[in-house]
Design a protein around this ligand. Structure first.
Ligand code: GLC
Length: 572
């Protein structure tokens, strides 16, 4: 719920961009840690590489955890590190209960989990239930078995259309481009049935109407709960159930690739998913502690997304409508209003997210010269490009606004360094299946997945010691490395660190937002737990009320808030 009170703008006594927080003990008292937590997404292959093969790994993560604790986050979420042929960077799982040798071993996972808990960081792992890898034993057994067998019934096998079954069962298209069906060759060598893959052909969809599938996933949940995880981020949570009869359907051309506002679809956001989630909730509730389910569901509008977060279902859902907002005060206000009405209305906190491993990094996305639908990516031949200085400026302002909102916030590795999207990756280096399945028409998501820089003067900027990197790092990233920014007032790293510390100190995550009027259409102003937040989305400076700046996303050398800047104030 939000209120509006008027506030007169007069002068402000501001002399620094960052005023140190009083020594803050953890003031977060909420029993349910996730209601206000800041959860940092680790993309394991690009975080820290201990063995120098160019791909990050679990021991690498363990070695860097103290730096994350120092940043001031509450939890980490790890994208998949399970056994996988890596056709979709690990979202093609061949064994849900083991670690891929690329990333280490189960013992390495246990060590990482333990180290995180010793640093009081919760650990959330990814659950990929919509599809497995085609290399999974379950799918290999299905291929070897006959049509109509229990093994085939684990996945979505169907006969093709036409006399010879040569046409796919329907017209669905894969999220990564091309048809969503692939025909197999039966054991006798003849062309056979087709299987559904909403994503890559190497990612066959499970049939979630089959109780066998449900039981296997309960086993998988228990496996990781027994290893002490604090929750699961559920991949493609809105895709598990397909409409009866699999009717033909095409998404509109400009809908985001993962659904979004694609309208009623026979495979996104079907009602049957809720019962499945309730089954998972009951498994989780067998365990002690406060363990969570987080939905990756590209569902709009927010009122529909909120169906996924009920007391007996998911705890949170990523707020993608917030992520998809352009740099516009009024659009952002409208999503914030909806979020703060709708999520608490179903007993859940709102979440806030600006970046992840599937979208153009927000330090670039917020200043693009042309629209870029989710999943399309940006490359040298793209029509729209980011305006770099404006992008980072807006990115910092957006982050500072986001971290002042009540609820739980997600950060994506590297955003605390102000990393931009990498645009000029050579075609030969690209790895996202989207790039290949659209014949290069869509660049896909590699540009936000480049290994992150830790130490400016080290090989691969400290990502490892050999200089190898599965995606090439830009030559100009030395200036963005963590060591160059650490302790430097005004750096993006210090902006994040101070904001996280002040957020904790003022308990903003559990606070209440009250809008402040009187600043004009290009400005958002609100109060939360004694902190006044003003964000200027416009291009003219805005006069500030009297007060002391706690932190600002850009230097403030006059009693006015420059364009594309956010400030947190304590009013006098
Ligand atoms: C989710 C993941 C994405 C992956 C897809 C298929 O959207 O975030 O990276 O490609 O699911 O698993």
């Amino acid at each position: 719920m939000t209120d509006s009170i008027p506030l007169d703008a007069t002068t402000t006594d501001i002399d620094d961009t960052t005023v140190a927080a009083p020594e803050a003990e953890a003031v977060l008292t909420a029993e349910e840690w996730w209601r206000s937590a800041v959860i940092y997404q680790i993309y394991p292959r690009s975080f820290a590489d201990s063995d120098g093969d160019g791909i990050g790994d679990l021991p690498g993560i363990t070695s860097r955890l103290p730096q994350l604790a120092d940043l001031g986050i509450d939890a980490v979420w790890l994208s998949p590190f399970y056994t996988s042929p890596q056709k979709d960077a690990g979202y093609d799982v061949a064994n849900y209960c083991d670690v891929d040798p690329l990333f280490g071993t189960l013992a390495d996972f246990d060590a990482m989990r333990q180290a995180a808990h010793e640093l009081e960081l919760k650990v959330v792992v990814d659950l990929v239930p919509n599809h497995s890898s085609d290399a999974h034993r379950w799918f290999q057994e299905a291929l070897a078995a006959a049509p109509g067998s229990p093994e085939r019934a684990r996945y979505m096998f169907r006969d093709g259309k036409g006399d010879d079954g040569a046409a796919p069962p329907n017209d669905w298209e894969s999220v990564f481009g091309g048809p969503a069906w692939t025909r197999i060759t039966e054991a006798d060598g003849r062309p056979g049935q087709w299987y559904l893959h909403l994503f890559d052909p190497s990612q066959p969809d499970f049939d979630w109407t089959n109780p066998w599938v449900r039981e296997r996933f309960h086993d998988i949940l228990r496996f990781w709960l027994d290893r002490g995880v604090d929750g699961f981020r559920v991949d493609v949570a809105h895709g598990l159930v397909k409409a009866e009869g699999l009717p033909d359907w095409r998404a509109s051309a400009d809908a985001g690739s993962m659904g979004g506002d694609a309208g009623p679809s026979p495979y996104w956001a079907q009602d049957g998913v809720h019962e499945i989630i309730r089954g998972w909730r009951s498994v989780i509730d067998e365990y002690e502690g406060d363990r969570i389910l987080v939905a990756e569901a590209w569902v709009e509008p927010l009122s529909k997304l909120a169906d996924w977060v009920r007391p007996d279902e998911m705890n949170q859902a990523f707020n993608f409508p917030f992520l998809e907002v352009d740099w516009s005060a009024q659009e952002m206000k409208s999503v914030i209003d909806d979020s703060l009405a709708i999520f608490p209305g179903v007993g859940a906190p709102s979440t806030w997210v600006l970046s992840n491993h599937d979208v153009v990094r927000h330090a670039s996305r917020l200043a693009l010269t042309a629209r870029n639908p989710q999943g399309a990516g940006i490359g040298p031949r793209s029509a729209g490009k980011p305006i770099p200085d404006l992008g980072i400026r807006r990115g910092r302002a957006a982050t500072l606004l986001t971290l002042a909102l009540p609820g739980s916030a997600y950060l994506y590795q590297g955003e605390e360094l102000g990393l931009p999207e990498v645009i000029d990756l050579p075609d030969a280096a690209r790895q996202d299946p989207t790039f290949f399945r659209t014949n290069g028409e869509k660049y896909g998501r590699d540009g936000c997945r480049v290994p992150i820089p830790w130490e400016s003067a080290k090989p691969a900027y400290g990502f490892n010691t050999t200089g190898e990197s599965w995606l090439p790092q830009p030559r100009d990233w030395a200036d963005l490395a963590r060591d160059v920014q650490s302790g430097v007032p005004g750096s993006t790293l210090e902006l994040y660190r101070t904001a996280l510390s002040e957020r904790r100190y003022a308990n903003l995550g559990l606070g209440r937002l009250t809008w402040l009027d009187g600043f004009g259409d290009d400005v958002l102003a609100f109060e939360n737990n004694g902190v006044t937040v003003i964000a200027n989305f416009g291009d003219v400076p805005v006069e500030l009320p009297p007060g002391v700046a706690i932190i600002a996303s850009e230097g403030l050398d006059e009693p006015a808030l420059p364009a594309d800047t956010t400030v947190w104030l304590r009013l006098s």
